[in-house]
Every structure is written in structure tokens, then in C-alpha cells.
Ligand binder design. Structure first.
Ligand code: CUK
Ligand code: CUA
Length: 641
């Protein structure tokens, strides 16, 4: 009977989502204030105030928008090969996509996080997760390039990731899918889920100076789905919080079987204490395989190594640092407010929105007041942790963000709206529709202790009639709201790349002073670099041919290459010897079934070519770089063996 009820609730909610998204607005039917255009118009010669780093979802990349204009400034390739600039195709960056499974050309990225010092952005790095083949990437904000990628062993569905602690001590990552660990025999019947499957949470250390990532330790946990995470601030700075759904431990028909429990959990972890256990030796070294890829700045060449063991803390044995807090009903996001006191659990299927109090949680722990234990982990009573509930705010709450004035903003996927409420008394203050089905929100700066406020962006899943139709496949949409007054105001709608999940925004003034405009040739230590056109040459070693090529307006040197034979492996090492900002050169050779490349000033990039046809194959610069760009061409002669 209960099952039937839950099933119909789920169906109803699913249907509700469809109904809502079919309630199409008609072009021109949304009221926007007369001055909206003025607020988002950035005139030629002027810049946007914020960079907005938006996860690309199934594209695997990060896109960078200017706010308030909503203009797309750049796509930063991270977890997918990128046809625009050769990332993942050229010999220099290919190793960035290596994993313990081999080369993975495309992944799914969900959450961005900016590095912080004292719970404020410091403008150094941006982190993002790969969901499918579990990895975390670090992007260097001085050149907007992916600098490092580390794979996570014992993990599947790296979704509760990469959430950082407030001095960027650790990146925290939780597994959405429980699986047999890498050190078990994985060939087990799936029906033995409860016995043989495990959840894993990882703590990845970030080097203070270099940003370098290293996997410090992991926690072995009950087989729930660890969906999302957030770190504490101020009093709660030593804590990270995770949502757990599927506490039913179901492995089939999750839409019904994982919706049975009235309450699932928020898992609160004192990471400082956990790290002390790891330092004390309260762990087992477990064998596993995972990749660590690093881009060497001086040579612009990536290296990839496979590591083979990790410290795992068994939480059945050591559990004086983690606690479960009941949270209704299949929670998605868990969000900590700028003071660090309030923790919001976004129950997707829950009627009310619970707000927990960190000081109350601390008190319950101090007084050893628990409702019982699950898998050795103490459970705090719902009422003992609860600050209050926002009553019937909307349907399908996913994520909550905060401004600096004690207000929270929650996204509701099913009722397609954003609800603003007050943290202090959990009273609803305002609501505004989204077009359509909002996922994540970003109140600019909301994950610091002092949000910028001013603007909020909704990242929506369904577009329908927002823009001119483009056939069956539509881009997804963002909406920009003014939140400086009591009422939220819609200002702008703009299209996105891939699927936006979480996004981070930083004041542009913070990044501009450290921006690197081009590589000085003297700082380029790539072994295949040449510094002048005179150094251009071709070298043969067996069937390997190395062409050291210079690109400069408006020549490719050498421009005639003879002596290549069928069966050769040809490497074009193209150095762009320009020493001026914003003069890239491209390089493509006819019929190369590998790739093309794009080379920034002062850099060297290597393109591999295995010619498979006898004849004259032209090559040329693919980026219009001067009035004589069309003259920037050459011929390669391929002869029989
Ligand atoms: S998730 Cu996408 S709407 Cu992957 Cu953060 Cu919630
Ligand atoms: Cu170089 Cu066109």
C-alpha cells in the first residue's frame, strides 16, 4: 500500500514537471522592467563586472561568461577533447585525459569551486569534477588552462564533488553510486548490493603554494548515494556536509525503491578529526589504480602517472568524527550559509524545507544525545538538529544559495520557480518563476562568507520557447535576476553551452592583475621549441620524422617538405615565435585523420600525422592572422616506401 502511494507520488511529481514545462510562455509575454536592458548592457569599450564559470555538464568543459551581459567569453576544455584549440588532440595535452581505464575522450562535469582563503575567493584556481570516470581538475586562473587532473579510486559517480574547505586545505568528493571497491573482487552478483557495495568519500589535499592535488585519504561508508556536499565556515569550518539518498540501499527501480524512507540523511564529517586519524595511522593501505595528470607549465607538456595505493579509513572502526542527521526525503543539495550556522537540506520529494543549526548539532554531539546508530555511525535526532522548516515553499527543491543579508534563495525544479526566504525565521519573502525547470542557482559569491549579492543566475534544464527554435536540440538557458531590492527582478535570458550545473562567479578585478597574456619564448622549455625561423628543420630517426616548424606572420617555415615516406610517423612541432598578445597561428595538413592544432604566441604544440596516401599534401595556418594569412601555407610530399 505504502509502495503504491510513493509510486503515485513520484509519478505525480514527474508528471507535474512535464505539465509545468509545457505551460509555455509566449514570446514577449514576460514582463521585464523598462530599465532591465540598461542594467545588463555593457557598451563597447567596457567590461563585464564578473567572470561566471559555468560547468558544462555533459560537454565536460567549463564555459566563461561575462556578467551582467551574459556574453560567452571562452570555453575552457577540461574533461573532453576540444576541436577549437586541439586540447586532448595534440601530443602536449593528450595525457591530460589519461585514466586508469586508458584515454577517456569525453566526460560529464557538474560542479565548479573557486579556491578560497579564509572563506573568501583568492582568485588562484577553479576546480571541477568529472562525474563518470571520477576525476577532479584544477584550472589555473592566470591563464584559464587546465593544469592538473587526478582520478579517484574506489569511486563511481563522482557527483558530491569537488567541494572545498574554507582555506582550500582539502577538496572533498563523495560517490553517488556505491560499488564494490577497487580492492575487492568486483565480480559479484548485483543482488548482493547491501553486503558487497560501498560508498566512498575522498579528501584530496591541495598544496598551498602550487595548488598541486594529492589524494590524502578515503572513508569507506555504507552503500548510500552521496549526492552533494558543502563545507562549513566560521564555527563549522572543520566540517563538511553530504546529502545521502537511497538509504534504502536499493539497486533496482530506484525511482520507487529509493523513495521509501520518510527521511534520508545529511552526513556531517569533522574533516580535521578524520585527517588526524589518517595522520595517526588509523587506516589501511588499500591497493588500487588511479591516474594523476599534470601540465608542466615550462614545457607545456602533460605527464601522466598511475598510482597504486590509498589510505582508507573504515568508518565501522573509526567513527568519532561523523554523524548522520535525518533529512526528508531524497535530499539533493546541502548548502551552508555564509555564517556557517545554517545548513539547508533540499529534499527533492519533501513538502517542507528543513534548516539545520550547526550550534544545535554541536550541542547534541557534546551531550552524547543520539537517536541510535546506523552502521556504527551515531544518528542525531531530527528535532535536536533542526533550526526550522520553511513550510510548503514549492515543489522539488534542489539547491539553495545565500546573500549577505540573511536571505536564502531556493530553486524548485518541478514548480519552476525561485523562492526567497529568511534564514532567521524561515518565512517566505518572495517568489519568481524560471523558464523552465531550474537546477542550480548562483547568487554571486554565495559560497564565501561575504556574498557579492546583487545578481542571481538560474541555470535551467528546459528551454522550449526561450529562443528562436533550432530543431529538436536546444541549448539550455540561464536567467539573470537583480536581487539588490526586496523583490527579485528578471533582467536577462542567455543561452549556454552543454548542461549547466553549478557555477561560480568572481569579481573581474580579482583576476586581471595576475593574468598571463602570452608565453615568453625564453620561458618555453619545450624540448621541441625553436626560437627563430633559421632553426626550422626536419630530422629523421628510423621511420620517425620530426619537423621543427616556426609560425610567424606570415610564414610557416619550412614551407616545402620532401622526404616523407608512407609508413612514417610524422611529428610537426610548431612553435609560434610571435611575442605579442593575441596572435595565434593554426596548423592543419590535408587528410590528417588525427587532428589540427592551434598555437598561442611563445608556445610549442606537437601534431602527429601518419600519412596514408602518396602525393602532395598541402598544409596551412587555420587562424586568420594577418593580411597575408592566405599566404601562410606549404606543401608536404609523401613518397612510396
Ligand atoms: S546537480 Cu545538476 S541540478 Cu549534478 Cu549539482 Cu543539481
Ligand atoms: Cu597564421 Cu594565419
Amino acid at each position: 500500500m505504502r509502495k503504491l502511494f510513493v509510486y503515485s507520488l513520484v509519478t505525480l511529481i514527474a508528471a507535474g514537471g512535464v505539465l509545468q514545462s509545457c505551460k509555455l510562455k509566449k514570446a514577449g509575454h514576460i514582463a521585464v522592467d523598462d530599465d532591465a536592458a540598461k542594467q545588463v548592457y555593457v557598451a563597447p569599450g567596457h567590461y563585464d563586472e564578473y567572470y561566471n564559470f559555468v560547468s558544462g555538464g555533459f560537454s565536460g568543459q567549463v564555459s566563461v561568461y561575462g556578467i551582467p551581459s551574459g556574453r560567452l567569453l571562452k570555453v575552457i576544455p577540461v574533461f573532453s577533447q576540444n576541436g577549437e584549440n586541439g586540447y586532448g588532440y595534440d601530443e602536449n595535452t593528450k595525457p591530460m585525459l589519461n585514466t586508469s581505464f586508458g584515454f577517456v575522450p569525453w566526460d560529464d562535469s557538474h560542479h565548479t569551486q573557486l579556491s578560497e582563503t579564509d572563506a573568501m575567493y583568492d582568485g588562484r584556481w577553479l576546480f571541477i569534477n568529472a562525474n563518470n570516470t571520477p576525476r577532479i581538475a584544477r584550472i589555473d586562473l592566470k591563464n584559464f588552462q587546465t593544469a592538473e587532473i587526478i582520478e579517484l579510486p574506489n569511486t563511481a559517480g563522482n557527483h558530491a564533488s569537488p567541494f572545498i574547505t574554507c582555506n582550500t586545505e582539502y577538496i572533498v568528493a563523495g560517490s553517488r553510486f556505491s560499488v564494490p571497491t577497487d580492492y575487492q573482487n568486483g565480480d559479484v552478483p548485483i543482488k548482493d548490493y547491501k553486503k558487497d557495495f560501498h560508498g566512498t568519500i575522498s579528501y584530496i589535499k591541495v598544496d598551498k603554494k602550487t595548488g598541486g592535488l594529492s589524494l590524502d585519504f578515503q572513508l569507506a561508508l555504507p552503500p548510500y548515494n552521496y549526492d552533494l556536499s558543502h563545507s562549513g565556515k566560521n564555527a563549522s569550518a572543520d566540517w563538511s556536509f553530504f546529502t545521502c539518498y537511497n538509504t534504502e540501499e536499493a539497486h533496482t527501480l530506484l525511482e520507487v525503491n529509493a523513495s521509501q524512507h520518510d527521511k534520508d540523511y545529511i552526513l556531517a564529517i569533522n574533516w580535521k578529526k578524520a585527517a588526524e586519524h589518517a595522520a595517526k595511522g588509523d587506516f589501511d593501505w588499500k591497493p588500487c589504480k588511479y591516474a594523476h595528470n599534470v601540465m608542466n607549465e615550462a614545457t607545456e607538456q602533460a605527464t601522466s602517472e598511475i598510482l597504486n595505493k590509498v589510505k582508507v579509513i573504515d568508518t565501522k572502526k573509526y567513527n568519532d568524527f561523523l554523524y548522520l542527521i535525518p533529512c526528508p526525503k531524497s535530499p539533493h543539495g546541502v548548502d551552508v550559509d555564509p555564517t556557517g550556522e545554517y545548513i539547508v537540506g533540499n529534499g527533492k520529494l519533501s513538502a517542507n524545507l528543513p534548516v539545520f543549526s550547526f550550534s544545535k548539532i554541536e550541542k547534541a554531539i557534546k551531550n552524547h544525545k543520539f537517536a541510535g546508530k546506523v552502521d556504527g555511525i551515531n544518528v542525531i535526532k531530527y528535532e535536536d538538529a533542526l533550526h526550522g522548516e520553511v513550510q510548503s515553499p514549492g515543489l522539488g527543491s534542489l539547491h539553495t544559495e545565500f546573500d549577505a543579508d540573511g536571505n536564502a534563495y531556493t530553486s524548485f525544479f518541478i514548480s519552476s520557480e525561485i523562492v526567497k526566504w529568511s534564514l532567521k525565521d524561515c518565512k517566505i519573502e518572495d517568489r519568481i518563476p524560471t523558464y523552465y525547470s531550474v537546477g542550480h542557482l548562483s547568487v554571486l559569491g554565495a559560497d564565501t562568507k561575504k556574498p557579492y549579492g546583487k545578481y542571481m543566475i538560474a541555470y535551467n534544464k528546459i528551454t522550449k520557447d526561450c529562443f528562436l527554435p533550432t530543431g529538436p536540440e536546444l541549448c539550455q538557458a540561464a536567467q539573470l535576476y537583480d536581487i539588490s531590492g526586496n523583490k527579485m527582478k528578471l533582467l536577462l535570458e542567455f543561452p549556454l553551452v552543454g548542461e549547466p550545473h553549478y557555477a561560480s562567479a568572481i569579481a573581474a578585478d580579482m583576476l586581471k592583475p595576475n593574468m598571463q597574456y602570452f608565453t615568453r619564448l625564453a620561458d618555453n622549455h619545450n624540448p621541441y621549441k625553436i626560437s627563430t625561423a633559421q632553426q626550422a628543420r626536419m630530422e629523421r630517426h628510423g621511420n620517425r620524422v620530426d619537423v621543427y616548424m616556426a609560425a610567424i606572420r606570415s610564414r610557416l617555415v619550412p614551407d616545402n617538405i620532401e622526404g616523407i615516406k608512407l609508413g612514417d610517423e610524422v611529428y610537426f612541432h610548431v612553435t609560434n615565435i610571435e611575442q605579442e598578445w593575441d596572435i595565434p597561428h593554426g596548423f592543419a595538413v590535408k587528410g590528417n585523420n588525427n587532428a589540427e592544432i592551434l598555437v598561442m604566441p611563445g608556445e610549442t604544440r606537437t601534431l602527429k600525422w601518419i600519412p596514408n596516401r602518396v602525393g602532395i599534401l598541402p598544409y596551412y595556418c587555420t587562424d586568420f592572422c594577418s593580411a597575408l594569412h592566405q599566404e601562410m601555407q606549404g606543401y608536404a610530399r609523401v613518397s612510396p616506401k
